[in-house]
Design a protein around this ligand. Structure first.
Ligand SMILES: Nc1ncnc2c1ncn2[C@@H]1O[C@H](COP(=O)(O)OP(=O)(O)OP(=O)(O)O)[C@@H](O)[C@H]1O
Ligand SMILES: [Mg+2]
Length: 519
């Protein structure tokens, strides 16, 4: 394998933990602890992303070499790698949880590719670290496949995200009690290598303020600005303000994108919020099948449904408020922080209106269109309409002569479809009139809509089918699904089944509609 070029700024420029054993502890006065991945019995490459391999600088032969599986299972290091686990805290389900940290993630290094881009390589499931608390530092195959596939699916949908290079099976079992019902069982283990310009989270800042360590807080702030926001200029105070505003804007744009495609993160704790506005931590996430703003995939969240689909914009702002509180000592005044939070709301509102207009194929969403959107959302929820199929079909509704025909596939329940047919016909009449008022040629409108309304999303049951096969030793389904998700906006002849409604068997099956945090 060729050598990569590393420039490990995080460990070079920030203070680390002087202790280098993985025993579990509170780590003070440090941004990270150096820790080696724990070797595994029998590394075996299960799947990889060709785009990410290219980004990092590996060709196919290198990825398929035995050395690759060794390195990306955590059994060997490439020259220049300096493994560490980051220290962070976080608000979980609305409550301050204290020190969390990379309990099973280990960064290998910051690779600089031929284009001069920085791509941090991080293993997830690579063994215990000082931050593992009572857990084992490992990850199961099912959650690793979900993380791998969804990272890449999101990227190809055009949504900011951490990427995934590879999944390597460990050849070792991991014990998990999937539904916390006292029935633990052994499951196959795996390690994902994920890749991003930065894995810094809101919680990396929160931990220092919670501990009254203003010096380290300010160091991390200025480091993040210098490394991850190099375009910001001016004096330190100006850059800090502009930086927080940029974080608020990026977060707003990210959530708008989730809402566009029906992605429900499922566990939007502040330790799972990226400072770059990337989607991070693919745990108990899910995709909307039938449109339901109240849906959450996370069984741990079933009661309060804090992280339900329709609540994500609100939660993101709440998380930014926690970040603002944490940053206050570095700012010394509340105004710029308040301005940032207002910026979030303004950008979210504007971007969300643009997104809704694009999904509907309208030039813009005017105030008088709000009722049109509201009625549609109510109808979709009441009639159990598949979000993805509906919007894809809507582009095929003839504005001169609108009928429900292009939308028939989107309905889950015959009775409900019948009951709402007249209301939908009425809505379509109003919609078609609005489209005609814009006067876009039909082909242009359809092409524009197809560019924002995907044909294929990583439906929960599709991922589960690939997982079931992989657990039986057949990895091909994972690669096939990745391949479909690489072109989500294109009709792919022969792959209609991947665009179909969720089948009935998947309605209430574990892994398909209910996900636990056990991973
Ligand atoms: N199996 C495990 N072993 C050790 N620590 C764990 C394990 N699972 C989760 N954690 C830790 O628990 C905390 C919260 O977990 P959460 O589910 O948000 O993260 P995660 O899925 O491990 O990973 P990430 O956010 O890095 O994608 C984190 O500090 C995480 O590292
Ligand atoms: Mg996490």
């Amino acid at each position: 394998m060729k050598t990569l070029q590393f420039d490990n700024r995080f460990v070079r420029e920030l203070p680390g933990d002087p202790e280098d054993s993985p025993h579990v502890r509170q780590v003070h006065g440090a941004c990270y602890s150096r820790v080696m991945p724990t070797p595994v019995a029998a590394p075996r490459l299960i799947a990889w992303s060709p785009e990410v391999a290219r980004l990092v600088g590996f060709d196919e032969a290198e990825v398929r070499s035995p050395e690759f599986a060794q390195v990306f299972a955590g059994n060997a290091l490439l020259p220049g790698m300096e493994p560490y686990a980051a220290c962070y805290g976080g608000h979980q389900f609305g409550n301050w949880a204290g020190q969390l940290g990379d309990g099973r993630a280990i960064t290998l290094g910051e690779a600089i590719n031929a284009a001069g881009e920085r791509w941090e390589l991080q293993l997830k499931g690579a063994g215990p670290t000082p931050y593992s608390r009572r857990a084992d530092g490992r990850a199961v195959l099912r959650s690793s496949i979900r993380e791998f596939l969804c990272s890449e699916a999101m990227h190809h949908l055009g949504i900011p995200t951490t990427r995934a290079l590879s999944i390597v099976g460990t050849g070792e079992a991991v014990i998990r009690d999937m539904f916390y019902d006292g029935r633990p069982r052994p499951e196959p283990g795996a390690v994902v290598c994920r890749v991003a310009p930065s894995f810094i989270r809101f919680g990396n800042f929160e931990i220092f303020t919670a501990r009254g360590d203003q010096v380290l807080l300010e160091r991390l702030v200025d480091f993040t600005i210098a490394r991850d926001f190099p375009k910001l200029s001016g004096d330190t105070a100006t850059r800090r303000v502009d930086w927080f505003h940029a974080v608020c804007e990026r977060t707003a744009r990210l959530i708008v994108q989730w809402m566009r495609v029906g992605f429900v993160h499922g566990v939007m704790n502040t330790d799972n919020m990226s400072i770059l506005g990337l989607t991070i931590d693919y745990g108990p996430y899910g995709w909307i099948d039938n449109f339901d703003p109240g849906w959450t995939p996370n069984t741990t969240d079933a009661e309060g449904r804090r992280y339900r689909f329709g609540n994500q914009p609100h939660i993101a702002q709440w998380n930014l408020l926690q970040l603002a509180n944490a940053l206050y000592p570095a700012f010394g005044s509340v105004e710029p922080l308040q301005d940032g939070l207002s910026r979030y709301a303004a950008v979210y509102e504007a971007e969300s209106r643009g997104m809704l207009a694009a999904k509907l194929g309208l030039e813009e969403l005017r105030e008088e269109d709000d009722a049109l959107v509201e009625t549609l959302h109510e109808l979709m929820a009441a009639a159990e309409v598949d979000m993805t199929i509906f919007f894809r079909g809507l582009a095929r509704v003839d504005a001169q002569m609108p009928t429900l025909d292009p939308l028939r596939d989107a309905f889950y329940v015959e009775d409900k479809a019948k009951a709402h047919e007249a209301a939908f016909a009425d809505w379509l009449g109003r919609y078609a009139a609005r489209v005609r008022a814009d006067g876009l040629p039909a082909g242009v409108r359809q092409a524009r809509m197809d560019a924002v309304n995907p044909r294929y999303v990583l439906r929960n049951y599709l991922a589960q089918e690939a997982i079931d096969a992989a657990e039986q030793g057949d990895d091909a389904r994972v690669s096939e699904l990745l391949d479909v998700m690489r072109r989500p906006y294109d009709d792919q002849p022969g792959r209609e089944r991947f665009a179909a409604r969720r089948p009935d068997w998947a309605r209430n099956r574990a892994g398909c509609s209910m996900l636990s945090c056990s991973s």
